[in-house]
Design a protein around this ligand. Structure first.
Ligand code: AHR
Length: 656
């Protein structure tokens, strides 16, 4: 209610001085800036079960028993019960990255069975007729135990199973793999592993992946989630965050080199979103790094996005421990940055380039930019950043560096950093704004007066957070409409803003910490929010050159609650006009194209619209707010176009 009153008041203000003649004039022959190919990307972080329990398709939670509580996510059932049948052992001297494993002993003194039951990440999403890849690491002195893997539905009935008797390994660790097909679809299945017979077996890395991962890669990513990203045709993908880059303290910072080992040697780390919000605790949230830096680069390549990794700058989160590395001990951090460039781009004869090639990608990944620090600020940040900048530019003069402007898009901290970073000729300033919808409507002119040369802006994290609304309802149409309006200002200022990404990207309906988010997923489905469709429409219609679009010689930035921008899409030979009507009633405008001729009277109209600002998409109704395409005939010199109430409209007009 509060948000609606605020909006109505805001709309009342913006209607003062309504122009009579609402003709949008587009000067097609006078492009003002080129649109960066990196525009409209995605920001990925393992928050809200974005990676573990989300994009990373592993279905077993705590597969290597490294959570603080080694059996978290697991239940042990024995028949009959025997004390000491399951032991948690630790071989940290030999295996520092993955020290714990289970030792299971069945004495063979009568019929016995022991089951390990994994609950998955809020259950396991299982699909009928799909193949599942079950695997585990084990060591045993002698064969004697039968292992049965079974998927169980909510009633405990088996919906797929496989059995094997693992051969003895002479005490050496080996991997066993088997496959089976699910006989039913289940949103919250469990995995039950039953051991029967006589003997002792050590178990670790118990894993289950669906057979339909993205591009069929074993141990890969959830295909439906990657598809949502691919459908956006993002200009870049930023990874791995976000705050997880910084860590609560430096021991918990993200270290990319620890994410490129074989998966069983990637050292697990607590996810900072495990405990960040007292009201949304997630005690079972850890990072396995199954989705590590190699996989991030591969993902970027798959979806045609420029990779944009962000590295720790030698500072932990300034809201948490705020630890800093002394300047004379910063070298290993800087070396990590230099090595990452070599890992991504270096020849296969180089140390890190060879590691990339050995992982299956001899071709370079084409890394051209990197963030140093996330939401860091103050002189301590600038001192550290400069050391990174000096070392990176000395070795790779054209490599572009993205620097933080702190947590807010204004205020003293922001202004000091902005000034200092421009003086350092840093390539990109990463701006973050999580603000109410009204902020986005009112800040559509934000970039109009930014310098056109020198440092560029990366609008790295933004989202409209409606006020007075339950977290689950924040992804409403009002929020998305306000961003659609704001982005007309971003588009107009392509000479200033070269990259933009909404944040956060993914959220699991049963495991989120932060809302709103761009894409919501359950164990079996993924649904785009209205915000997703706004981002997607901008990305798919970004064009190549920005054109001046005016109403009575002024940019269209809120007059009569209208917002608009225009670009040329040169390869398609189309003029693309984006218009937002934030009034609850239709508005009619006229279009006047100066400088070019329409090829045909027919144009394409794409409309995202809802009359209810509270409208949302959901798993059950994912297309409540969804783009609709139609044809429109534009007749006359100033063809009229009707903009629906509360709508975001794109016109694609073929030109000659
Ligand atoms: O997007 C969620 C968080 O918001 C990011 O981790 C952080 O950079 C920002 O504060």
């Amino acid at each position: 209610m509060k948000q609606k009153i605020q909006l109505l008041f805001f709309l009342f203000l913006t209607q003062q001085g309504i122009a009579q003649d609402k003709t949008f004039v587009i000067r097609t022959g006078e492009p003002v800036a080129a649109v960066s190919p990196t525009m409209y990307g995605v920001f990925f972080e393992d928050i809200n079960m974005g990676a573990d329990g989300g994009l990373y398709a592993e279905l077993v939670k705590n597969r290597s028993f490294e959570f603080f509580k080694p059996l978290m996510g697991w239940k042990v059932e024995q028949n009959p019960y025997r004390e000491g049948a399951v032991l948690v052992l630790n071989r940290k001297e030999q295996h520092t990255a993955n020290p714990r494993f289970l030792r299971i002993t069945l004495p063979g003194d009568g019929p016995r069975s022991l089951s390990l039951i994994n609950e998955g990440f809020r259950g396991m999403g299982i699909k009928k007729d799909l193949r599942y890849d079950f695997s585990f690491m084990y060591a045993s002195a002698a064969a004697g135990l039968t292992v049965r893997a079974e998927l169980c539905n909510a009633k405990g009935q088996a919906i797929g199973s496989a059995v094997l008797i693992p051969p003895a390994t002479g005490g050496v660790w080996r991997k066993q793999e088997l496959q089976f097909t699910a006989t039913a679809t289940e949103e919250k299945a469990l995995l039950k592993i039953t051991l029967e017979g006589n003997g002792t077996i050590d178990l670790d890395m118990i894993s289950l992946f669906p057979g339909d991962t993205w591009r069929g890669r074993k141990g890969g990513l959830r295909a439906d989630m990657v598809q949502m990203l691919a459908d956006m045709k993002p200009g870049f993908i930023r990874f791995p965050g976000g705050c997880i880059v910084e860590g609560y303290d430096l021991s918990q910072r993200y270290q990319w080199k620890k994410t490129i080992e074989p998966v069983e040697e990637r050292q697990l780390l607590i996810n900072r979103w495990n405990f960040e919000f007292a009201h949304r605790p997630a005690p079972d949230y850890f990072q396995t790094f199954g989705l590590g830096f190699f996989e991030y680069f591969q993902l970027a390549e798959d979806i045609g996005a420029a990779p944009l990794p962000i590295l720790n700058c030698g500072m932990a989160c300034q809201f948490n421990a705020a630890e800093v590395v002394p300047l004379d001990q910063l070298d290993p951090y800087i070396q990590d940055a230099l090595d990452l460039i070599e890992f991504a781009n270096g020849p296969t004869t180089s140390k890190w380039g060879k590691i990339r090639a050995d992982m299956g990608h001899p071709q370079p990944f084409g890394l051209s930019m990197m963030g140093v620090g996330n939401e860091n600020w103050g002189p301590q940040y600038l001192e550290r950043l400069q050391l990174f900048q000096k070392a990176i530019k000395a070795k790779y003069p054209d490599f572009r560096i993205v620097a933080s402007s702190g947590t807010d898009p204004d205020g003293k901290r922001f202004e000091q950093l902005d000034t200092a970073l421009r003086a350092l000729h840093i390539d990109f300033i990463d701006e973050h704004y999580y603000r109410p919808p009204q902020w986005f409507f009112s800040n559509v002119n934000r970039y109009d007066h930014y310098p056109r040369t020198g440092t560029k802006v990366f609008a790295g994290e933004y989202a409209a957070h409606p006020e007075g609304v339950a977290p689950e309802k924040k992804n409403n149409w009002l929020a998305a409409l306000s961003i659609a309006a704001f982005l007309t200002g971003v588009e107009r200022n392509a000479a200033v803003v070269e990259m933009a990404s909404y944040a956060p990207l993914f959220a699991h309906t049963a495991g989120w910490q932060w809302s709103p988010d761009l894409i919501w997923v359950s164990n079996l489905k993924a649904a785009g929010t209205p915000d997703y469709y706004v981002q997607q429409l901008y990305a798919l219609n970004k064009g190549t050159k920005v054109l001046p679009l005016t109403l009575n010689d002024k940019v269209v930035a809120g007059q009569d609650s209208l917002y608009a921008s225009a670009v040329l899409d040169e390869p398609a030979k189309e003029l693309v006009i984006k218009m937002v009507n934030a009034l609850p009633r239709e508005q009619s405008i006229r279009l006047e194209l100066r400088g070019t001729k329409r090829r045909t009277a027919l144009a394409k109209l794409i409309r995202l619209q809802h009359t209810d600002l509270d409208a949302m998409n959901s798993m059950e109704a994912p297309r409540t707010v969804f783009p609709q395409e139609s044809g429109i005939r534009l007749s006359g010199k100033q063809p009229p176009v009707t903009l629906a109430p509360y709508s975001f409209t794109i016109l694609r007009i073929p030109y000659s």
